[in-house]
Design a protein around this ligand. Structure first.
Ligand code: MN
Length: 250
């Protein structure tokens, strides 16, 4: 019986909910269907195949130039992000096998793999959507309720931007800079993520992520991470970030 490929949606989402670190999973797990109308809907879940698929980039590889080059975008999306999707599907399949076999020894290993690859899939899905071509939805400053919350919680947009960029620049090793919304205190925060998921703030929903793994910038910027981080601000899709904020703070 080919049971390991027969992960049903409920089972998969239940496993995902254990991650607990992202509003994206929480939003999907709260209902039988992914939220329609959201570009994040279902995270590329294919119910026919019973697995996650790689969502296409919402723009061409070269759309973010000169700030992020086409070759980096192509390798990052088609190879790195695809690898996390594959790793996530594999972890879910192996956990299903372990449950079926009652093999407790495998639970710790595959749970960590689920956390790493599942977070990798969420992070990159948010990362692509959080960017847009400069001057065509990318760059500038946020407005509306997000801007009001940024002014309240950071003092000003400039203070936020400085803190966000400094957090991203100073991640030790591979990781992320994040703007998140913590729903219990109902406060925005800037945090660092190490690796894909370490140092996350419990329950906080990620709004805007900046990937500072070397694979995200090394072809164009080599060791100049700070230059890449500053350039990223020219392609931030504040319209998307505002919609994420509205979704998770409602
Ligand atoms: Mn990456």
């Amino acid at each position: 019986m080919d049971n390991h490929t027969g992960i049903d949606r409920r089972g998969a989402l239940g496993a995902m909910a254990l991650l607990g670190a992202t509003g994206a999973f929480a939003a999907s797990a709260s209902g039988a269907q992914p939220a329609t109308g959201s570009p994040l809907a279902g995270l590329g879940w294919d119910s026919a195949k019973g697995e996650y698929t790689l969502p296409p980039l919402p723009y061409d590889y070269a759309a973010l130039e000169p700030h992020i080059d086409a070759q980096t975008m192509q390798i990052h999306h088609d190879k790195h992000h695809a690898g996390y999707v594959k790793g996530l599907n594999n972890a879910l399949a192996k956990l299903a096998e372990a449950r079926q076999a009652g093999d407790a020894g495998l639970i710790a290993h595959w749970s960590k793999q689920l956390s790493f690859h599942g977070s990798g899939h969420v992070n990159h899905t948010l990362f692509w959507l959080g960017m847009a071509p400069s001057g065509k939805g990318g760059g500038g400053e946020p407005s509306g309720s997000l801007r009001a919350a940024i002014d309240r919680d950071f003092g000003s947009f400039d203070k936020f931007s400085w803190q966000f960029r400094e957090a991203a620049k100073s991640v030790e090793g591979s990781g992320w800079g994040w703007l998140v919304f913590e729903p219990l205190g109902r406060r925005l925060a800037v945090i660092q993520g190490e690796n894909q998921q370490k140092l996350m703030l419990t329950g906080a929903a990620p709004l805007l992520g900046l990937d500072v793994w070397e694979h995200a910038y090394y072809l164009k910027y080599q060791n100049r991470r700070a230059e890449y981080v500053d350039a990223f601000m020219n392609v931030v899709n504040w319209g998307f970030v505002q919609s994420r904020f509205a979704e998770v703070s409602a």
